[in-house]
Ligand binder design. Structure first.
Ligand SMILES: NC(=O)c1ccc[n+]([C@@H]2O[C@H](COP(=O)([O-])OP(=O)(O)OC[C@H]3O[C@@H](n4cnc5c(N)ncnc54)[C@H](O)[C@@H]3O)[C@@H](O)[C@H]2O)c1
Ligand SMILES: [Zn+2]
Ligand SMILES: [Zn+2]
Length: 369
């Protein structure tokens, strides 16, 4: 069937919007009419080669919409159901079976393989030549996407599906890091480097815990004001002359913090995050980095019981994590919708640019009807 899509033709080049052909769903697959797809910083990482997704193809991994058709054997959803397309997972490896599908042992092929497991792609140009598909198992910068049924998160028929896509990645990543992975105990202190979609989601989640210091660090004053509205108890603006964030954190907490999250996607920030926590503190790697990036920590102070953890996608399973965040949002306790600004699919490059420059925190692409 025909669909509108933003095609990633080659590295470092704006995406080009046009028509493509999408497969019918095969056994175990679902065809989703995408209503809207969030734009994540990771889409730009792929466009710029820091995440090796093969071109030409279709990016996008925060899709939400309505089931258009199901393949043989699919009973978990049916045509007309509203869904968010969650994280892809094989369901049978050790980590999937252990309740940690974010760390599926098939993660690489499922996320950036550019095809189904058998090498076939679900997308073609109108002349029949193949386009890589299945970016994060979905390729949602298109008005239709084929994905595995086990990735879908069904949502209520009255939910506003146009804002749910970001729960598939960026928003869940920050919130899940706090709620699933770090679980700060009462009275703890958390510092979040980077107040983008991921960092602000971590801050909103931290506000739902009994942490007593929730410190937002960024270089953009407007984002820090928003961080304070959403739950930060203190803010640190690193663009102000003479501000050393590590020293500022120590002053606020009366010593090192208990948890530091790098949600900035900048390796030098990771070192600041590590230096912000002390004995038995935890530093979490969440932000992306250029391909091949390395980091170094101070040996002695890391030896002091410091935990260094990488966290993908907010950990845990998509259904409970996304379902919980939707419920909290409805209750007004997780107002992530304040981060969203909608763009038409045609404006995909402006949306990526607006996110890169910090003008928009969470762009969402609305698909043509
Ligand atoms: N681990 C995962 O599963 C996962 C999932 C989604 C996104 N990511 C990554 O998380 C990162 C954040 O994503 P986002 O969508 O929130 O991006 P974003 O660009 O909206 O936010 C990054 C923020 O960091 C701030 N920043 C930049 N340099 C800084 C510095 N030196 N000190 C403090 N703050 C600084 C920016 O001003 C911005 O507000 C990206 O690198 C993205 O690729 C990781
Ligand atoms: Zn698996
Ligand atoms: Zn993402």
């Amino acid at each position: 069937m025909r669909a509108n899509a933003a095609v990633f033709e080659k590295l470092f080049t704006p995406l080009s919007v046009g028509e493509v052909e999408v497969d019918e769903p095969r056994p175990g697959e679902v065809l989703v009419r995408i209503v809207a797809s969030g734009v994540c910083h990771t889409d730009a990482l792929a466009r710029d080669g820091d995440m090796p997704f093969p071109a030409p193809g279709v990016l996008g991994h925060e899709g939400a919409g309505v089931v258009a058709a199901v393949g043989d054997g699919v009973t978990s959803v049916r045509a007309g159901d509203q869904v968010v397309i969650g994280w892809p997972w094989c369901g049978s490896c050790r980590n999937c079976q252990d309740g940690q599908p974010r760390y599926c042992l098939q993660l690489g092929p499922l996320v950036i393989g550019g095809s189904r497991a058998d090498g076939s792609t679900a997308l073609r140009r109108l002349d029949g030549s193949p386009l890589h598909s299945h970016f994060f198992g979905q390729s949602s910068f298109a008005s239709y996407a084929v994905c595995a049924a086990n990735a879908l998160v069904p949502v209520a028929a009255d939910a506003d599906v146009s804002i749910l896509g970001p729960l598939a990645c960026g928003i869940s990543t920050g919130a899940g890091a706090v709620l699933n992975a770090l679980r700060p105990p009462a009275g703890s202190s958390i510092v979040v480097y980077g107040s983008g979609a991921v960092g602000l989601s971590a801050i909103m989640a931290a506000r739902l815990t009994a942490a007593t210091h929730i410190i937002a660090v960024d270089k953009l004053a407007a984002r820090l004001s928003l961080a304070a509205e959403l739950g930060a108890t203190e803010t640190v603006n690193v663009s102000e002359a003479g501000v050393d964030p590590v020293a500022a954190v120590r002053e606020i907490c009366g010593g090192p913090a208990d948890f530091a999250l790098d949600c900035a996607g900048n390796v030098s920030v990771l070192r600041q995050a590590a230096d912000s926590v002390g004995m038995r503190g935890t530093v979490a790697l969440i932000g992306g980095a250029p391909a091949g990036a390395e980091f170094s920590f101070d040996h002695l102070t890391t030896l002091w019981g410091k935990r260094v953890v990488g966290i993908l996608g907010g950990e845990g399973r998509s259904v409970p994590l996304i379902g919980t965040l939707i419920a909290l949002n409805r209750q007004g306790r997780f107002p992530y919708d304040r981060l969203v600004r909608k763009f038409p699919l045609d404006a995909v490059n402006e949306a990526l640019e607006a996110s890169h420059h910090g003008d928009v925190i969470k762009p969402v692409l609305m698909m043509p009807e």
